[in-house]
Design a protein around this ligand. Structure first.
Ligand code: CP3
Length: 350
């Protein structure tokens, strides 16, 4: 008996089939810009507890999909749960973002514990299972992790930064210790993503939010090589599972990133030219992006024109509509509702 599985537009776009309109989701689509998120958030002691509560995290993941009917839900968790699982102290202070007990030398890396680490993230896999059971048949489920460079950068810096100079200096000063940290993160990331897929995630995205601060040589060593290993290992452990790479700020390295890592799809940040994306990247992979999240602060015709332009330029090929970075905190939900209406229209390609 062949069971006719309902087609999921997002998965179709990832294998290069078209469905007449661009499937879409938004990075950071769940979060504080939604009043219903803030209400659930208030029920948890802190952000880590929220991420590790399957009931709350499932509800939060579903909120934007319920409201705006995206083509995918992304499991609600955080890229910094991996260092948390490895035993690094992590907290999120209200309005301050993440604070970690910064890694200062190689000995701090040796103290992290890989053994059994992933069991601490079992609640995330339970959330994935609940989401897989709850989602409508045409909605895809995305799992994710931070890419090793970006996660290592937070682990060394101990907090957010604009340039991650301390992390870069560590890598130049002690490349052997830094490589040990990257190796540990490659292994943990493969396990973390494979466990999400085994629990029901159908696609995974690797967020390399700080790929753009590296020199060419460091980009090759700390972004390309680890990503290549993760993609290769996942394709063995979870054959056929598409991987979306998002090397934010990679600029001129985007093309090399796609060909070397063999990701299925490439997330474009806001600065990538659509001409370049169409001519150089789309022939190699599905492209995803790259509406400026600031346009969602504005809405109206300004938003509509930008969405139309993007869809006309990229909608003729393999394409997933998304932002060039995450939804901003001050985004009026009405503007996301307008975006959803615009994206339901069929595409006219130029
Ligand atoms: O996309 C989604 O809806 C899924 C959930 C998700 C979160 N973080 C929830 C979150 C995802 C995919 C992330 C990824 C993430 N986390 C990245 C990569 C993407 C990017 O934005 O570049 C990074 C760098 C992090 C680390 C992180 N987590 C930071 C720097 C912060 C503080 C900044 C902020 O927006 O508050 C967080 C906290 C965080 N992660 C929140 C949410 C909803 C806000 C926490 C709160 O409710 O107080």
């Amino acid at each position: 008996v062949t069971v006719n599985k309902p087609a999921k537009p997002l998965l179709q776009a990832l294998v290069g089939e078209r469905c007449g309109r661009a499937p879409w989701w938004l990075m950071r689509q769940a979060g504080r810009y939604l009043p219903e998120y803030r209400r659930v958030r208030a029920q948890a002691r802190d952000f880590i507890e929220l991420c590790l509560s399957p009931a709350l995290a499932t509800e939060i993941s579903l909120q934007p999909v319920r409201r705006f009917e995206m083509d995918a839900a992304i499991v609600f968790s955080d890229i910094l749960l991996v260092p948390h699982a490895l035993g690094q102290k992590l907290e999120f202070r209200e309005g301050e973002g993440p604070l970690l007990e910064a890694i200062e030398e190689g000995a701090d890396i040796d103290r992290l514990t890989q053994h059994g680490a992933l069991a601490r993230l079992d609640p995330v896999f339970e959330t994935v299972r609940r989401l897989a059971a709850a989602l409508a048949p045409e909605v895809a489920l995305i799992g994710f992790a931070g890419a090793p460079w970006t996660v290592a950068a937070y682990m060394i810096e101990g907090r957010g930064s604009r340039d991650f100079f301390r992390a870069k200096a560590f890598a130049y000063r002690d490349p052997v210790a830094f490589a040990a940290l990257i190796d540990m993160l490659v292994a943990a990331t493969i396990d973390f993503l494979a466990a999400q897929v085994e629990a029901g995630a159908e696609v995974v995205q690797l967020f390399d939010s700080w790929a753009g601060v590296l020199s060419e040589e460091c980009f090759e060593r700390w972004v390309i090589a680890p990503t290549q290993r993760i993609v290769a290992s996942l394709s063995r452990r979870c054959p056929g599972v598409p991987v979306i790479g998002f090397p934010r700020g990679a600029g001129a390295h985007y093309e090399r990133y796609v060909t070397a890592t063999r990701v299925t799809a490439i997330g474009l940040d806001t600065t990538v030219s659509v001409g370049y994306a169409r001519n150089r990247l789309q022939p190699l992979a599905t492209v995803q992006g790259n509406l400026d999240p600031a346009l969602l602060l504005v809405g109206g015709d300004v938003l509509a024109r930008a969405v139309g332009g993007l869809r006309r330029a990229l909608g003729g090929g393999r394409y997933i509509f998304n932002l060039g970075h995450g939804v901003l905190l001050d985004t009026p939900p009405e503007n996301v509702a307008l975006l959803a209406r615009l994206l339901r229209q069929p595409i006219e390609v130029t």
